[in-house]
Design a protein around this ligand. Structure first.
Ligand code: UT7
Length: 332
């Protein structure tokens, strides 16, 4: 029997309408467009301002968009994996709620928390279900309401993050396309540099945790930067070498969108010019688990069957990873 690969066969997305520009942010905290553009590379980000609308809402919209674009009935989906650090509830899993609201009546679903690398962890996991023949149609979704974790009085964090959701459909193929290889890593040493201090079982919410602003993102930017810039480049080169890919062979690098300087350093180490790198950080900022599928969505029309695509990410945990995809359809 020929080997089954998991091929990406469609992309869907949802972005909230509200655009928070650097100019507006500069009125909220002591920052400037010039500082943010030079140090990070973000011009604006989307924010879900409607208090009743959450990660689940955005996830449902992205899933519906994907189903519509791929002409798939919701009941055909066997598996939904959500990558997110901003689930609606501690329990149950937000993927369960999304599956229910999107009408995925025949699916099982679960959440994965690998922060900014979450989409790659979820994609790798879903691909294994497809490769073993257990699942025929899987949706891998990255959805985040990062604005729910951002302290808009903290200038070191507020420029970075944005809200959004995007999803891909995975289906089996016996052709030589799809998820070809994947490398994933974690190092729990990273905890001290990037986390949310309270809200979990160690420090459940109290008046004190709220007064101390412990429910926001805590990030030591420089320390995270040093790891990110090395690890994301290392793992991208490792996946190239393991698959005998030279820079000429690679059609696209799809990097996690945390900082333009990290993206450029990764591309440089891989020997790639900017034209081969998908970059939309300027428009959406860092949407954590949603950055990579949002890039794929923005560039879908330029993707061609047979393209060699390398996806790479680094984030909290620390977690990092790289996935080599042989693209399986011509985008329209
Ligand atoms: O996606 C999850 C993983 N996260 C990441 O990959 C983030 C990695 N880290 C970074 O991208 C960068 O470290 C940041 C963008 C977070 C910060 O950039 P940086 O170049 O490392 O700046 P810094 O923290 O070293 O701060 C430099 C200066 C400081 O002032 P002094 O001490 O030199 O006077 C900061 O107070 O810039 C100041 N600063 C700002 N100034 C204007 C920090 N934030 C701002 C701001 N506007 N928003």
């Amino acid at each position: 029997m020929s080997k089954i690969n998991a091929a990406i066969t469609g992309i869907g997305k949802y972005l909230p309408e509200y655009v928070l520009t650097n100019e507006e942010l500069s009125k909220m905290v002591d920052t400037s467009d010039e500082w943010i553009m030079t140090r990070i590379g973000i011009k604006e980000r989307r924010i879900m301002r409607d208090k009743d609308k959450s990660t689940v809402f955005m996830g449902v919209q992205a899933v519906k968009n994907l189903l519509e674009k791929t002409n798939t009935k919701p009941e055909e989906i066997d598996l939904l994996i959500l990558a997110s650090v901003t689930p609606d509830y501690i329990f149950p899993a937000s993927s369960n709620v999304i599956a229910y609201e999107a009408g995925l009546t025949n699916s099982f679903s679960f959440d994965i928390n690998a922060a900014c690398s979450g989409f790659l962890f979820a994609l790798t996991t879903a691909s294994k279900y497809i490769e073993t023949g257990t699942v025929k149609k899987a949706i891998v979704l990255g959805a985040e309401k990062m604005s729910s974790l951002v302290n808009y009085k903290d200038r070191t964090v507020s420029p970075i993050f944005g809200d959004g959701a995007a999803a891909v459909l995975l289906e089996p193929t016996t052709e030589d396309f799809g998820i070809i290889d994947s490398i994933l890593h974690n190092d729990g040493y990273g905890l001290k540099h990037l986390h949310q201090k309270a809200g979990g079982s160690l420090r459940p919410p109290t008046h004190e945790t709220i007064d101390n602003e412990e429910h926001f993102i805590y990030q030591e930017g420089q320390a995270v930067f040093k790891f990110a810039v090395t690890k994301m480049a290392d793992i991208s080169v490792e996946i190239m070498e393991r698959n005998n890919l030279t820079s000429k062979d690679i059609t696209w690098l799809v990097p996690h969108q945390a900082n333009l300087r990290i993206i450029d350093a990764t591309a440089r180490r891989m020997g790639l010019e900017r034209e081969k790198v998908m970059i939309n950080i300027e428009k959406y900022g860092n949407t954590t688990a949603a950055t990579i599928p949002l890039c794929l969505s923005d560039w879908e029309s330029q993707l061609k069957k047979g393209d060699n695509v390398v996806l790479s990410a680094f984030g909290a945990g620390f977690s990092w990873g790289s996935v080599f995809v042989k693209w399986s359809y011509d985008g329209k």
